[in-house]
Design a protein. Structure first.
Length: 157
């Protein structure tokens, strides 16, 4: 979190994600047209990491529906219910909400009532010998059905 919209927080978060997570092949980073994501620094970070950049159409919120849903959840379940004495306290609370509650504990209807961590573990168990590939949709039911289907396919747009 930062008080500005420059590239540094986005590139720092991307670097941390790359270090923390197992990297697959054919990764795509999808975002809106925010200045931090369209910056030269962020684009360079993606290229150096072998990640393809994807940006939604301007004015088409349904292309980024899953991210929009996440931010609505964050606002409803944490931000609107809390007051913090300092920006550092707010940053710590948001970090805990995302990294502890949202990713590890909170069950998601779009993931078959699993937390994201449980869902990913299930995918890895079901497909241990090859990379997980999936067709993503903005419709939660389609996402759930596509990823959990016995045969998972990958379509490039």
């Amino acid at each position: 979190m930062a008080t500005h919209m420059r590239a540094e927080p986005a590139t720092t978060a991307l670097d941390a994600a790359i270090v923390r997570r197992r990297r697959g092949t054919d990764l795509v980073h999808h975002s809106d047209h925010g200045s931090q994501y369209s910056s030269l620094a962020f684009g360079r970070c993606l290229r150096e990491s072998g990640i393809a950049a994807s940006m939604g159409s301007i004015g088409n919120c349904s292309e980024n529906a899953m991210a929009e849903s996440f931010f609505a959840t964050l606002k409803t379940e944490l931000i609107d219910r809390s007051d913090w004495a300092t920006p550092a306290a707010a940053k710590a609370a948001v970090f805990e909400f995302i990294e502890v509650f949202y990713n590890r504990i909170r069950r998601h209807a779009s993931l078959g009532r699993f937390s994201p961590e449980q869902f990913e573990e299930r995918i890895v168990r079901l497909r241990p010998s090859r990379p997980v590939e999936a067709t993503l949709s903005t419709e939660p039911e389609q996402l759930h059905a596509t990823i959990l289907a016995p045969t998972v396919t990958h379509r490039k747009a």
